[in-house]
Design a binder for this molecule. Structure first.
Ligand code: TPP
Ligand code: MG
Length: 915
């Protein structure tokens, strides 16, 4: 079905959905229409109908929305504002930047280095950046607080080239591009990586799709800070520069509706539509600009297309019968790309030549004049007009779709070529041609001296164009990007230790899950007037699962629109509640959005100088596994906060099965160096872990620990009796990763050490009893609060011992704790074997690990635990088998006896955990 037919069908449906109130009148109108078509033809009829529709819409008649406009600029020439700068001067230094960016990458390809880089992307986006830098982007010292600018990751040479002209980077720094270690302290990361260039880069954008998701959330979060009275961000704007290829990522598009329905007019996307991605055209057979226009408009955005440069205006003004517009609209992106990889004669023939009327329009033009017709994204004034309109627009986010050329200005070997993305250096010939085009005062001799090392260009400091450039930035609030290091110092008053006491006393006879304990503590935090405000609970539609619905009535779900309806459960105590002052961020069933919200709230200390502490609770299986890359970016951006894997474990979720039962998130979390992870068993362990985490991440940093970490806590939905905190509990052990829960009976029996974490601790205690009762074996039980912290310490010790062989040998914590064990060590958990295996190199003696290393099942906890052989009885049999291997058992048949006695292979014979 053609698109036209589909839209006619829907118009027909709308027109006939209700009975016609006045058929006679309708008939008269339709007859006039018939006459019009007969007398004036279909083109004039279409024109009139469109004008009628437009006029009706302006007078608030609800006509059906059309998501596409013709393939031309949204802003008409007569509506363009006057340009407030000096275009010629701004072009001067834009050229120097273009040169230096290309030179930087070329020099990084020098013999013996060959680290590469990208040249063509910045070449296509340069004008889009520079209009922003000179007229729109506000820096940190702007009274409004400054803008958040997300730069396209792989166009970073452009940012470096600007910083070089600004005097922020030296030539040595420029030459350290992509050699962070070997050229330290002059190394520059390939892409925007705040962690590796912490006073420069702000937003890690290079993993495509994460930038747009974060930018939307950043704009949303700015309204949150304002509406909740934490910081006035009402004069701050978020800009995101994105590739048209990047818009294919689901994360790029998956939050557009949030921005639309939350009416984020503090947000502008600029999509650099150079029609190419890495391999070739983005939509060779279509038009990416038109596709994105409909998509964004459907999601509630204001769309501004900047397709044609000013040279086209005079042609369009003469295009009375829309012949040119028709050719423009019908030409495919694949062809547009090919035009710019050819020349004026080719464009004349294959573009204008498509229709005799358009061919006529340029018949007395030279090929050069045709070639000089620019794309909108390279026309400074057109771009200025679009940014200006975006800033003025209210009630909607804006997307600017700018038509550009990949490899613009770089010459025929680069522009529009399919290979352009991968080209890493300019030849001597390219360099000379580029130098001429950009008017760079560097001689042939200088270029010929060593074509691998073309010189950078920076005029004397007092050059008027440089001075102009400085003035522009000074007026707008300073250089960008920049990450002010003083913001690392938190000015937060943390809660007293007594705030954590709610988790100290245990649950008495009642059974309580660790998830409930955690939510209880969060609610305690919220009561603290100053500190409580800073907590940002984030949940993607699982609040009820975690018992967080109890927060709804008082904390409310954040919504910029407030709450304009009556909740179905308004009379209940725990009613649903949204508000402009809501505290909970609930992006819908959207883990990508929730992870981005975590990243944004966890970096607010820096991006806004307004620290907030995210507590992001996810359904453990749908967190790391799905959104690991966003957490990686959060680690890069030095986010701080708590990530909570609720409903953790491979067997605790009764009935849910294979795609819900998580036995490996601790492994994925372990691959992110910024995460500190814990798998606590009891509420009182959580008490110390969270207190320490808040102190570490949000304290004054005086304890010397790295503050740029995130905490991953696994909590369970299985209710157990929470013991009261033992007097003088081993807090250091809890925090470092293990502590003794019980000692040995010392009854003279063979000894074993049982290690367990999280929800497996109760069944390790059960095993301890069985071992003594049934087999006279004396087990001690350890709660391993963090396998990974123990591993981290083990690896730190190994590295220290490797490179400081002449210093005192460092003994890993886990070795210290277990070195006096006289028997084997047996570990269990509700995770894959790999989790307890993390500490294997440092466990003295025989070490046996049980684990749930397979897809989970839907069944009872007891049956699943028995199936995986991780429950109490399995621990017992494994302990006996290990003693047997150690040669301690007098009667080797004991292992088989135990196996039979517990009917170990029968899933119905298990009893660990509630049903
Ligand atoms: C998630 C992800 N996948 C792949 C890449 C590798 N990559 C880097 S640039 C690029 C092409 C980008 O095309 P586009 O977004 O159109 O940007 P352009 O360079 O054309 O401006 C790709 C695939 C990446 N950076 N991130
Ligand atoms: Mg592209």
């Amino acid at each position: 079905m053609s698109e036209n037919k589909a839209s006619l069908d829907s118009v027909h449906e709308l027109a006939t959905a209700l009975p016609d109130p006045d058929p006679q009148e309708t008939r008269e109108w339709l007859d006039s229409l018939d006459d019009l078509i007969k007398e004036r033809g279909p083109e004039r009829t279409r024109d009139l109908l469109l004008r009628m529709l437009s006029a009706a819409g302006e007078q608030n008649v609800a006509v059906p929305a059309n998501l596409n406009t013709p393939f031309t600029n949204t802003i008409k020439p007569q509506d363009e504002p006057s340009f407030p700068g000096d275009e010629r001067i701004e072009r001067d230094y834009r050229r120097w930047m273009r040169w230096n960016a290309a030179v930087q990458v070329t020099r990084a390809q020098r013999e013996g280095v060959h680290v590469g880089g990208h040249i063509s992307s910045y070449a296509s986006i340069s004008t889009l950046y520079e209009v922003g830098f000179n007229h729109f982007f506000r820096g940190k010292s702007h009274p409004g607080g400054g803008d958040h600018v997300f730069f396209q990751g792989h166009a970073s040479p452009g940012n470096y080239a600007r910083a070089f002209l600004e005097g922020r980077l030296s030539e040595k720094d420029m030459d350290g591009f992509r050699q962070e270690l070997s050229q330290a302290p002059h190394g520059l990361p390939s892409y925007p990586h705040p962690r590796h260039l912490p006073e420069f880069w702000e937003y890690p954008t290079v993993s495509m799709g994460l930038g747009p998701a974060e930018a939307i959330t950043q704009a949303w979060f700015d309204t949150y800070l304002t509406n909740r009275g934490i910081k006035d961000c009402s004069d701050q704007h978020t800009w995101a520069f994105l590739g048209d290829g990047e818009m294919d990522e689901p994360e790029s598009r998956g939050l557009l509706q949030l921005a639309g329905q939350q009416k984020l007019d503090n947000l502008t996307f600029v999509v650099n539509c150079n029609l190419q991605r890495l391999d070739g055209p983005v939509r060779g057979n279509g038009q990416i600009i038109q596709e994105l226009e409909a998509f964004f408009r459907g999601a509630g955005w204001n769309v501004i297309k900047v397709i044609w440069g000013r040279g086209w205006d005079r042609l369009l003004a003469k295009d009375h019968d829309h012949a040119l517009l028709k050719v423009m609209t019908e030409c495919l992106d694949g062809d547009y790309q090919t035009f710019k990889a050819n020349d004026g004669a080719y464009v004349r023939k294959h573009f204008f030549g498509r229709d005799p009327r358009t061919a006529k329009m340029v018949e007395d033009w030279t090929d050069e004049e045709i070639w000089d017709l620019r794309r909108g994204g390279h026309d400074y004034r057109k771009v200025y007009a679009a940014y200006h309109a975006a800033m003025e627009h209210q009630g909607q986010p804006t997307v600017i779709l700018a038509h550009t050329i990949k490899g613009y200005v770089l010459g025929e070997t680069f522009a529009g070529r399919n290979s352009t993305h991968q080209m890493k250096k300019l030849t001597l010939k390219d360099l000379k041609a580029l130098r001429d085009r950009l008017n760079i005062p560097i001689t042939d001799e200088e270029l010929e001296k060593d074509p691998q090392l073309p010189p950078y260009y920076r005029p004397p400091q007092d050059h008027p164009s440089l001075q102009y450039m400085f003035e522009r930035r000074e007026k707008l609030g300073g250089f960008l990007p920049s990450r002010p290091k003083e913001r690392n110092q938190m000015q937060l008053s943390l809660p007293d230790d007594s705030a954590y006491d709610v988790l100290k006393g245990g649950s008495g006879k009642q059974k309580v899950a660790t998830t409930m304990a955690l939510v209880r503590l969060m609610k305690e935090f919220l009561k603290d007037e100053e500190f409580g405000k800073r907590i940002v609970p984030i949940v993607p539609d699982e609040a009820r699962t975690f018992g967080m619905d109890s927060m709804f009535p008082s904390a409310k779900i954040y919504n910029t629109l407030g709450m304009n309806y009556t909740a179905v459960d308004k009379d209940l105590m725990l009613h649903y509640s949204e508000g402009k002052d809501g505290q909970i961020l609930h992006p819908g069933i959207n883990e990508a959005g929730a992870a981005a919200a975590f990243q944004v709230a966890g970096t607010s200390y820096m991006s806004n100088g307004a620290p907030t502490i995210p507590f992001y609770l996810f359904y453990s299986m749908f967190g790391f596994q799905r959104t690991g890359d966003q957490f990686w970016a959060a680690g890069d951006q030095m986010a701080r906060g708590f990530v909570i894997g609720g409903t953790a474990g491979r067997t605790t979720l009764t009935g849910e099965g294979l795609q819900h039962a998580d036995g490996h998130s601790p492994i994925i979390a372990a691959t992110n160096p910024a995460f500190v992870q814990y798998d606590p068993a009891y509420a009182y362990e959580l008490r110390h872990i969270i207190r320490d985490g808040i102190q570490r991440m949000y304290g004054d940093g005086s304890d010397g620990r790295d503050q740029n970490v995130m905490y991953y806590l696994t909590v369970y939905n299985e209710a157990i009796q929470q013991p009261a905190e033992p007097e003088g509990v081993d807090v250091e052990g809890i925090l470092r990763g293990m502590y003794a829960l019980t000692g040995h009976y010392e009854n003279g029996g063979p000894k074993v050490e049982l290690l367990a974490s999280g929800i497996s601790v109760p069944w390790a205690l059960q095993a301890q009893k069985l071992l003594m009762q049934d087999w006279g074996v004396d087990a001690a039980v350890w709660s391993v609060t963090s396998w990974h912290e123990l591993r981290r310490d083990g690896m730190d010790c190994d590295r220290h011992n490797l490179i400081h062989a002449d210093e005192e040998y460092r003994l890993p914590y886990v070795t210290q704790r277990l070195r006096n064990a006289s028997g084997p060590v047996i570990a269990t958990s509700d995770y894959d074997h790999l989790v307890p295996d993390m500490i294997r190199p440092w466990v003295p003696g025989r070490y046996k690990v049980l684990g749930a290393s397979d897809f989970g099942y839907s069944d009872t906890r007891a049956a699943a635990r028995r199936h995986f052989l991780i429950d109490a009885e399995s621990l017992v049999v494994q302990a006996l088998e290990a003693l047997n291997e150690d040669g301690v058992l007098q009667d080797r048949s004991v292992v088989t006896q135990a196996l039979n006695r517990y009917d170990l292979l029968n899933p119905n014979a298990g009893s660990s955990g509630e049903q």
